[in-house]
Ligand binder design. Structure first.
Ligand code: GLN
Length: 529
């Protein structure tokens, strides 16, 4: 079986094409199919690894160390799959491949053009995972009408011509805005967007309409008529209080059956509704326990910069029947400590660069002294090592060489393997690495395992030369990679103080909270581990 679902978006960006696609993928999985999702981003950056989180949100890291768009996190969480380099593509990466081939002389002197050379490379990538999955859901980033996404749409058009009709389904996600003055939902933007899509040669089989209010039958009829899709294929996608409810909302409108019919597929097994029931039971629980969690970072105004952390905290809290109110606090906020006083736990996330470091360290002092549950992730872990060095080991002005190359006490230093690296893109210590956890530690209590494997994205590490000194003042390195690289630190005598060099947030799944996050929330709820 080799089936493709193309997801395009119209009218505005941020419509949740990734969530719509992933919800459809979930439904197909519940019918027994093996499903993957592939993202195509129209920007020229080779990957988002070097992009500012203000522009792009979180950089998601896959098992194989690919730095990718945060949508891959959505795919992994919804579908409970592992993605890799083959699941993420950018215009920059595609052009780079074609240009490298041209430089090698692979095109034999021909003029290299968008059609066919770039579109051929895109089409090859549409099929990248066909041998391992029944269905590839292909999300084309950007909005119809953008100049940038044209080569992708053109490649999708050619792909239809070259493959069987019954193997391809085009789904367009649009917005049906509510105009308060007229007290009406408006279909015109959708009509225009679909018109544009059809002009390029992609007739949609289904339109998913994002809307704040219910779409009545007359509106659906209108969209059906003007956009040339069956009325039952005009789907209402109401704003949802929880993204994991969306698969069920689509199922209730027969989205899965309509797609199976279009793709000429028979369900492999009886539709399994258990997933809906479990998700509901988590989300509908009368959470009478509320906790306030502070995330002290550099991008406090931008939740997307900490997308997977946000998801991980919510997932773990829901599993423990609690509601987590997550407060993003700017590490440079003048009232930082005052704000922390209202919180039951403190998390310092990953990051790069000097800005906000001293505020993060102050928050860690506060958590350590007041025995408030603390989780430090990557840079957060490194800051906790600096905190303990300065304030308990009295190593004055101890620092990371990332922030002060000449510090007298370089308790965090660049990894040896990173010293010679000049290029910024894709060159950190990335992806999965194993570590060994010491028995009798908090880390062991959480993982209940001595061997763990987690995803990484960093250039600096805890300097092994300082381990002895720091262990004398209460810090404990509870996991190492290959016996030398510190991967987890904790504080003896503190109810929950843990720092991890890796990123546990990338592997949380709804219904499968990550042990570190679960432990963190349990400690916040003052439950024993
Ligand atoms: N800047 C730190 C490093 O490169 C931490 C990286 C991170 O938090 N992802 O090691």
């Amino acid at each position: 079986m080799e089936k493709y679902i193309f997801i395009t978006g119209g009218v505005v960006s941020s419509l949740g094409k990734g969530i719509s696609g992933a919800s459809i993928g979930k439904l197909l999985q519940l019918h027994g199919f093996k499903v993957t999702m592939i993202k195509f981003d129209p920007y020229i950056n080779v990957d988002p690894g070097t992009m500012n989180p203000y522009q792009h949100g979180e950089v998601f890291v896959t098992v194989d160390g690919t730095e990718s768009d945060l949508d891959l996190g959505t795919y992994e969480r919804f579908l409970d799959i592992y993605t890799s380099k083959a699941n993420t593509n950018t215009a920059g990466d595609i052009y780079q491949t074609v240009i490298n081939k041209e430089r090698r002389g692979d095109y034999g002197g021909n003029t290299v053009q968008v059609i066919p050379h770039i579109t051929d490379e895109i089409k090859k990538r549409f099929k990248a995972l066909k041998n391992n999955f029944d269905v590839s859901i292909i999300e084309i980033g950007g909005t119809i009408g953008d100049i940038e996404s044209l080569p992708f749409i053109e490649a999708a058009r050619q792909f239809q011509l070259e493959n069987r009709k019954e193997d391809i389904c085009n789904i367009h996600v649009t917005l049906v805005p509510y105009v308060a003055g007229a007290n009406e939902l408006k279909t015109k933007p959708t009509q225009h967007s679909v018109k544009k899509l059809r002009e390029i040669g992609i007739p949609p089989s289904m339109i998913i309409c994002r809307t704040e209010y219910k779409l009545d039958d007359s509106l659906k009829k209108k969209i059906s008529l003007f956009c040339d899709v069956d009325e039952n294929c005009v789907i209402e996608a109401l704003d949802s209080p929880c993204i994991y409810f969306i698969p069920e909302a689509l199922h209730k409108q027969n989205v899965d059956l309509l797609i199976l019919e279009k793709l000429n597929m028979e369900p492999i097994k009886r539709f399994d509704k258990k997933w809906f029931v479990k998700i509901k039971s988590l989300s509908e629980f009368e959470f009478n326990r509320k906790i306030n969690i502070a995330v002290v970072g550099k991008y406090a105004t931008l939740k997307d910069a900490y997308k997977s952390i946000d998801e991980s905290l919510n997932i773990a809290a829901a599993e423990l029947n609690a509601k987590a109110d997550i407060h993003y606090i700017d590490a440079e906020d003048e009232n930082l400590i005052k704000k922390l006083r209202d919180c039951n736990a403190i998390l310092v996330p990953g990051g790069f660069g000097n800005r906000g470091i001293e505020g993060k360290i102050k928050s860690i002092t506060y958590a350590r002294k007041n025995k408030i549950p603390f989780l430090g992730i990557c840079l957060g872990m490194q800051c906790s090592v600096i905190e303990v060095s300065r304030n308990l080991a009295k190593l004055k002005n101890a620092n990371s060489t990332e922030f002060n190359e000449n510090t007298e006490y370089p308790v965090i230093k660049i990894l040896d393997e990173q010293k010679e690296i000049k290029y910024k893109g894709g060159t950190m210590r990335l992806g999965n690495y194993k570590s060994e956890v010491k028995k009798g530690t908090l880390a062991y209590n959480l993982y209940e395992n001595t061997e763990i494997e987690e995803r990484h994205r960093h250039r600096y590490e805890m300097n092994p030369e300082f381990i002895d000194i720091l262990e004398k003042v209460g810090l404990l390195v509870s996991a190492y990679h290959k016996g030398v690289l510190p991967e987890i630190i904790e504080m003896k005598g503190h109810p929950f103080f843990i720092g991890v060099q890796f990123h546990p947030e990338f592997t949380s799944r709804p219904l499968k909270a990550h042990p570190i996050f679960k432990g963190f929330i349990k400690a916040t709820l003052r439950e024993g581990l």
